[in-house]
Ligand binder design. Structure first.
Ligand SMILES: Cc1ncc(COP(=O)(O)O)c(C=O)c1O
Length: 450
């Protein structure tokens, strides 16, 4: 029988040709590190609801959902209508708008720690601003982050996302900047306490509150509560990076879901309804240094400066308002979480049927799978959390690529080894997904990969 790899190549001649051509114009032929895929990534032509189509005409049930931006599904009618209406009013004049005001008000209504909002163009810009603000507020420089936690690609957070944790994630990051970012294992409150004892100059702790890689490496909720107490006690700014979890875990994000309110929160993705966005939110008192005054001296020397052509741009704002109005009802979150729970259960039944040592897990509308034995961390025992996280991070290990190829050949596109369920997915999508996994497992077994 032809191999999975060869069938993937044969099925996608147009994507293959486009990729070969794109490598001439775009370094490596890819525009985002997550989209790197061998022997070539698929080129996507269009998407709607839970589905997308590639340039060779294949249809997929999509679990990328715009890198997690499309909780409502692709092209929700209310979001498209709002964006179209704004297109007809011109694109971006460059000025304050009623839309920006309304958008800020909805965000403050939904997110527990938010009294004020400063918009950015992306989630990464929001974490950059959070770090600058925390440093200015405290007069201190060091930042504490956690192994595997991702906060964008700027210098201050491009450390310790993947092992080895003591080597920055990219050449070009000045050692002085990397040295100001301390990184430790997640879920270990003793390690946090020791670090806070050792480093007087800590301005902030930043984390993905549901755990690394948006919950793939889960959080111990007790850790969040303890971290809140510790940081409050020592006057260290606690920053929840809710770029993925915001408006997904609950209308108020992971902070509502876990009942822990941070000082500052970074947002992105879902709040833009599929258009580029980001925001930093916090209490009026903490956000105050971002407010210009009628005092040139203060503005020049004390104001926290933030610029950005696309901040609160009207198209993103219009789409974002429409999306957040729906999110506020709680219904999209509930529907997506219910289906994801069903998929996790069905996958675990399927893995058992195949006597395959694999596990489906995750929270709310995020689902993940990995190849390996049941792990303590997934049963709520965090005593081996660091080792378990390494295991979860490996996914299906050497079989990762073949699994995704085999699933693509069967009409499913997963992000790594799982993905994002949306409000547009249906039980028909689940049936197709289970069927695809069923055939993919047989193919992987035939090649001795699992
Ligand atoms: C937790 C988290 N923070 C920040 C970012 C960066 O957001 P953006 O890609 O909008 O810059 C991401 C992106 O996936 C993310 O997952």
């Amino acid at each position: 029988m032809t191999s999975i790899h060869d069938r993937y190549v044969a099925a996608n001649p147009r994507s293959r040709a486009l990729y070969a051509e794109q490598t001439n114009y775009v370094p490596g032929g890819v525009t985002h590190f997550s989209r790197v895929f061998e022997p070539f990534p698929l080129f996507i032509e269009r998407c709607t609801d839970s589905r997308k189509w590639d340039s060779d005409g294949h249809e997929y049930v999509d679990y990328w959902m715009g890198h997690g931006a499309n909780l409502l599904g692709h092209g929700h009618p209310a979001v498209l209508e709002a964006a179209h209406a704004q297109l007809d009013r011109g694109l971006h004049a460059g000025g304050e708008t009623e839309l920006g005001l309304e958008w800020a008000k909805i965000i403050c209504e939904l997110v527990p720690c938010a009294e004020q909002v400063r918009f950015t163009a992306s989630g990464g810009e929001a974490t950059q601003l959070a770090i600058r603000l925390a440093r200015a507020l405290t007069g201190k420089e060091k930042i504490l982050k956690f192994h595997f936690h991702f906060h964008g690609w700027h210098d201050s957070v491009m450390t310790s996302v993947d092992p080895p944790f003591d080597v920055p994630m990219s050449p070009g990051i000045p050692p002085a900047i990397a040295a100001d970012v301390i990184s430790i294992p997640f879920n270990d409150i003793g390690a946090v306490e020791r670090t806070l004892d050792q480093h007087e100059a800590l301005a902030a702790v930043i984390l993905e509150p549901a755990g690394g890689h948006y919950g793939a490496l889960p959080v111990n909720p007790a850790f969040l509560h303890e971290l809140r107490l510790l940081t409050a006690d020592r006057g260290i700014i606690l920053v929840f990076d809710e770029v993925v979890t915001g408006f997904r875990y609950a209308p108020g994000g992971a902070q509502e879901y876990y009942g822990v309110t941070p000082d500052l929160t970074t947002l992105g993705k879902i709040m833009g309804g599929g258009f580029p966005v980001g925001a930093l939110v916090g209490s009026r008192a903490l956000m105050e240094p971002l407010a210009p005054r009628s005092d040139a001296q203060w503005n020049r020397f004390s104001l926290i400066r933030q610029h950005g052509t696309w901040n609160a741009n009207p198209i993103s704002a219009a789409a974002g308002i429409a999306a957040l109005r729906l999110v506020a009802t709680g219904e999209p979150i509930r529907h997506a979480a219910e289906l994801a729970g069903q998929l996790r259960d069905d996958l675990n039944t399927l893995f058992a049927k195949h006597s395959l040592g694999a596990v489906a897990y995750g929270d709310v509308s995020i689902w993940k799978t990995y190849l390996g034995p049941p792990l303590k961390i997934l049963a709520g025992d965090f005593s081996t959390a660091a080792d378990d996280s390494q295991h979860l991070n490996a996914g299906w290990g050497a079989a990762n690529r073949s699994l995704r190829q085999a699933l693509l050949l069967n009409g499913i596109d997963v992000m790594q080894t799982g993905g994002f369920m949306s409000a547009a997915h249906s039980t028909a999508d689940l049936d197709r997904t289970i069927g695809a996994f069923d055939r993919a497992i047989q193919d992987l077994k035939a090649e001795g990969l699992v």
